[in-house]
Design a protein around this ligand. Structure first.
Ligand code: NCD
Length: 309
């Protein structure tokens, strides 16, 4: 069964059935990871372009490995060294890509809405790997997959998303995904980093991490963008860390079975203590592993590959 639309641009594009299908497909692909030859011939002869116009390590590598494990040819294009750096418009880049008969484009771009714009310009599927402050749907899907795999069904799970909610595409996609799966979300952070009317999304808000620590099943930490301090949204990094960082002392107050997640890259010592990041309660490495399986599933479902073997 294909997904509802040609592209994966936002979590809003997906029905709950679509999400289940992606997670189930990811699970069958994950079995390949234990094999000596971690590859299936599903997308042999197909070409995927990874168009990453913003810095990225894990998302770009994850998509590249996902494509290669499906036997597709994967071509990486980054901002630096590409025609974009010479001032080429996204429209011209799109037409160039289309003229080379590629079969899918994965795009990361600094501008919100750029993935949708590209999707309207070209025929092959477009996958949003993060567009500005807007969405990062594959991150949310790999997070759901990780939660389901490591601690069971999502309905009723209490998730605290902590940090810079206002500027986070990860938070926006994750809130949408957790709402669809009927998990309960609390956003935690300083008032300057939580958008005013975000409670309309049906989430709870807390300005104190200490108040929610004992009630949650998952603490999802976001990277604190240091530039927020120069924008006067934060008095000081030290104060942020003292109030909202997951320290060892706070970690000790978590219930048994609580899990800690982070999309990476982490700022150790700011939003997360090193002890916490490397502890067995952390699912940060598992999230990375899940990312490859989930992205394989998405590429397979959007590109209409042959059966999983
Ligand atoms: C995030 C991103 O780039 O949106 N990272 C990621 O994709 N794993 C989060 C971040 O940069 O803080």
């Amino acid at each position: 069964m294909p997904l509802r639309s040609k592209d994966l641009l936002s979590i809003e594009d997906l029905t709950l059935e679509n999400i289940d299908l992606i997670l189930e497909t990811a699970s069958s692909f994950e079995e390949v990871f234990d094999r000596e030859i971690k590859k299936v011939p599903t997308l042999r002869g197909r070409t995927i372009i990874n168009l990453f116009l913003e810095p990225s390590t894990r998302t770009r590598t994850s998509f590249e490995i996902a494509g290669k494990r499906l036997s597709a040819d994967v071509v990486n294009v980054s901002g630096q060294g590409s025609a974009v750096a010479k001032g080429e418009s996204l429209k011209d880049t799109a037409q160039t890509i289309e003229a080379m008969s590629v079969d899918a484009v994965v795009i990361r771009h600094w501008s919100s809405g750029s993935a949708k714009y590209l999707a309207e310009l070209i025929k092959p599927p477009v996958i949003n790997a993060g567009d500005g402050w807007h969405e990062h749907p594959t991150q949310a899907l790999l997070d759901l997959y990780t939660i389901k795999k490591e601690i069971g069904k999502l309905t009723g799970k209490r998730v605290a998303i902590v940090g810079d909610i206002a500027h986070s595409r990860v938070a926006r996609s994750l809130i949408a995904a957790l709402n669809k799966t009927k998990a309960k979300v609390t956003l935690v952070g300083p008032a300057t980093l939580i958008p005013m009317d975000i409670d309309k999304l049906g989430v709870d808000i807390s300005y104190s991490l200490d108040d929610v620590l004992e009630d949650v099943d998952i603490v999802y930490l976001l990277r604190l963008q240091k530039e927020r301090q120069s924008e006067n949204l934060l008095p000081s990094l030290r104060e942020y860390s003292r109030l909202f960082g997951l320290s060892k002392a706070r970690w000790q107050r978590l219930k048994n079975g609580v899990r800690i997640m982070h999309p990476g890259p982490m700022n150790r010592g700011i939003e997360i203590d090193s002890f916490v990041a490397d502890n067995e309660k952390a699912l940060i490495r598992e999230q990375v592993t899940s990312g490859v399986a989930v992205r394989m599933a998405i590429l397979y479902l959007l590109m209409g590959g042959a059966q999983v073997e």
